[in-house]
Write a protein that binds this ligand. Structure first.
Ligand code: SF4
Ligand code: SF4
Length: 286
């Protein structure tokens, strides 16, 4: 087994919101976008051991030894003080886990789940680990029935996707804005490579779901409906999930943005359905 390690922010043994069925969801630390609307902004950066958070932990669960920050899980009360103070949008609580560590956890829940989803941060920023994990699962007689999905922002080259192609079942990708300028405003990066990833995954039968995000007052899908519909039709029969923005957990300007309601989502949902596109509406609104 290739026992690579990943920096992991969280493992949820049973999730029903990270792909079809009940799934183990693995959240990797670090992202290559800077989305204003991120609900887990502390998963974006990586801890550089600056020590800023250490003296502020109210439960003395953090300390510095030999220039490295150490987290004492048994003392941590999950108060999130350290997350809010971190200038890197990181966490001192991320764990370095190996493929063996994760496979051991997967084995314990395997009879009760349909598959695993690797999310983030951005899962593909730790591509060698992802390839090693999925290859191990597909080669294991008792685990190979589990589907291996990636929840991705799509900022990965075709060469990267090709490495995953033989060993993964699909990706759920977000297209947060149609226009490049608006995408850059929302995420810090343009969307050309993301659209390319969406097309490539659809051509290779690996696009599980396309996701659009409705943000009241900051959403450009309807004004670009014609090219958006043409783009979605070119992908084949791909379900489009519409997510509703909510400000919970968001840092910065977007924390003051209004959360989306059904009235904000319906015009887009109905416009897409009119074009015979299959739409999955938000399960709930906050
Ligand atoms: S988590 Fe953030 S604040 Fe704490 S040591 Fe790491 S980089 Fe510094
Ligand atoms: S969440 Fe952070 S600040 Fe709070 S107890 Fe745990 S380590 Fe300390």
């Amino acid at each position: 087994m290739n026992n690579r390690c990943a920096l992991v922010s969280q493992v949820i043994p049973f999730s029903c919101v990270d792909g079809p069925g009940s799934r183990l969801a693995l959240f990797l630390q670090g992202c290559n976008l800077r989305c204003k609307t991120c609900h887990n902004p502390w998963t974006i950066g990586r801890c550089n051991d600056c020590g800023v958070c250490v003296p502020h932990c109210p439960h003395e669960a953090l300390n510095i030894q030999a220039g490295r920050v150490w987290w004492q899980e048994e003392d941590c009360q999950k108060c999130d003080t350290c997350l809010h103070l971190c200038p890197q949008q990181a966490t001192p609580m991320a764990l370095r886990l190996s493929v063996t560590d994760i496979v051991t956890q997967i084995r314990q829940v395997a009879p009760f789940i349909e598959g695993i989803t690797v999310s983030g941060g951005e899962a593909t920023t730790q591509l060698p680990f992802l390839v090693a994990l999925f290859s191990t699962l597909k080669a294991d007689a008792t685990l190979k029935q589990l589907t291996c999905l990636v929840d991705s922002n799509g900022l990965l080259s075709e060469t990267g996707w090709q490495k995953l192609l033989p060993i993964f079942d699909g990706a759920m990708l977000d297209l947060k804005a149609w226009n490049n300028d608006h995408h850059r405003f929302l995420t810090g990066r343009e969307n050309g490579l993301i659209k390319q990833s969406i097309r490539w995954l659809a051509q290779h039968q690996r696009l599980t779901e396309l996701r659009l995000l409705v943000i009241p007052g900051h959403c450009d899908y309807l004004e670009n409906l014609k090219p958006l519909v043409t783009f979605i039709h070119s992908l084949g029969k791909i379900p489009v999930r519409i997510n509703a923005f909510h400000a919970h957990g968001v840092y910065g300007d977007a924390a003051a943005w209004r959360s989306a309601t059904a009235e904000d989502v319906e015009p887009l949902a109905q416009a897409l359905e009119k074009e015979k596109i299959s739409v999955i509406r938000p399960a709930r609104y906050l």
